[in-house]
Design a protein around this ligand. Structure first.
Ligand SMILES: Cc1cc2nc3c(=O)[nH]c(=O)nc-3n(C[C@H](O)[C@H](O)[C@H](O)COP(=O)(O)O)c2cc1C
Length: 374
């Protein structure tokens, strides 16, 4: 069967990946309420389309931090991509950069920062790369990551703030998740990662990755750490994992250059709002001072359109990148992106918008079906 949309790629990946990888990639935390809601919530909004406008030319370009992008659709940081395809992060970054959009590399990737930087350079002389940072207990390890990202041409640092501890992902506990032995979290090879989840003590009912976080990642971060990161790099700092107005205002106060409204793809705290439901609150709090981006549950062109109408500058896809890799490596990720681009262009045209700047709150409303249930 021909792949027609991103959900078809997910169906394919379910049959292609082993259960260790599939459980890790697909799961959310606890009852996965937030995971499901991330996608379902988009259906609670409707687009208000305008007609009889010349939509023969659609322009999806925009600029952010002085860089031009062909679409407001980026690839989110997801860990350990070599479980999906042998090329892993290199396949993904090649796909994203060949389409002139951003690729975000996870701190806990299975390809090095340098390999990913080089791979991007091979397909574009204007590389589009952001580095996602976890702050390690050892500040020197953290600084080392930042310096290597700078030296490899990364253009911004994404500071993930929703992961002081790893969320409780039941499939990874029931079938203890373990990174296959031929792979490693290669960027910080000195970080402790050789424990075996089979031997976790009872009561330490967590996965290998939860243990990695407990051993290595600093849970004592505060807003002062944002100030510290700003002081050690010239790169823009984007805070990822903000859902409420109070924190959005603090981001502005402490000097964040942008915010990503994110709940980590429903993998951290369960029973928190879907990202599209949190977007308007954050956008209002930020009051146009810094750009607001969004990830979580974006699977269709209309999802992208709705997020932009509610004030997002751009959106990210996380899992679809992994499904694209599982389907056909770099070409599978290109296919995933091209499908989403095509859907988004059509959503724009059929809504009567020919450029991103025209998409605003006049084009969206709450679905009357869901509004009547409130
Ligand atoms: C398998 C997987 C691994 C992830 N790894 C990271 C990570 O290393 N760092 C991070 O900040 N977010 C990570 N995320 C969260 C993503 O950056 C993003 O917030 C999320 O995937 C967006 O939701 P979506 O998958 O529905 O598109 C991960 C998500 C998944 C599914």
């Amino acid at each position: 069967m021909k792949i027609a949309c991103l959900n078809d790629l997910e169906d394919y990946a379910k049959g292609a990946l082993d259960s260790n990888a599939m459980n890790y990639y697909s799961s959310g935390s606890q009852d996965m309420i937030t995971l499901r809601d991330n996608q379902n919530a988009f259906d609670r909004y409707q687009i208000r389309p305008r007609v009889l406008r010349d939509v023969s030319k659609i322009n999806t370009n925009f600029e952010l931090f002085g860089q031009k992008f062909d679409y407001p659709i980026f690839i989110a940081a997801t860990a350990m991509q070599k479980m999906a395809h042998v090329t892993g992060e290199v396949g993904s970054v090649r796909a994203a950069n060949s389409r002139n959009i951003n690729y975000c590399l996870s701190s806990i990737s299975t390809s090095t920062i340098e390999e990913v930087g080089k791979a991007a350079e091979q397909v574009s002389n204007n590389t589009r790369l952001w580095f996602q940072l976890y702050i390690y207990n050892d500040k020197n390890k953290t600084l080392d990551l930042i310096r290597r990202a700078e030296a490899s041409g990364f253009k911004a640092i994404i500071l993930t703030v929703d992961t002081p501890y790893l969320g409780r992902r039941l499939p990874d506990i029931r079938n203890p998740f373990k990174l296959p032995s031929h792979l490693s979290l290669i960027n910080i090879s000195s970080a402790k990662q050789d424990f075996d989840s089979q031997t976790l003590k009872s009561g330490e009912n967590s996965s290998w990755l939860a243990r990695y976080f407990a051993e290595n990642i600093n849970p004592s971060l505060t807003w002062d750490d944002l100030v510290w990161i700003k002081s050690v790099t010239h790169l823009p700092i984007i805070v990822k994992g903000v859902l409420v107005a109070e924190d959005a205002k603090l981001c502005v106060k402490y000097g964040a250059d942008a915010i990503i409204v994110s709940n980590h793809g429903g993998r951290q705290l369960d029973s928190i709002p879907a990202t599209i439901d949190s977007l308007a609150e954050v956008v209002a709090a930020v009051n146009s001072k810094i750009p607001v981006l969004l990830d979580g549950g974006v699977r269709k062109g209309t999802d992208v359109f709705k997020a932009l109408a509610l004030g997002a500058t751009a959106v990210f896809v996380g899992r679809p990148n992994l499904w694209g890799l599982a389907y056909n490596g770099e070409d599978g990720v290109k296919l995933m992106l091209d499908l989403l681009f095509e859907e988004f262009r059509l959503a724009m045209a059929l809504s009567g918008c020919t450029s991103l700047s025209q998409i605003n709150e006049n084009y969206i409303k709450a679905s009357p079906y869901f509004a009547s249930k409130l």
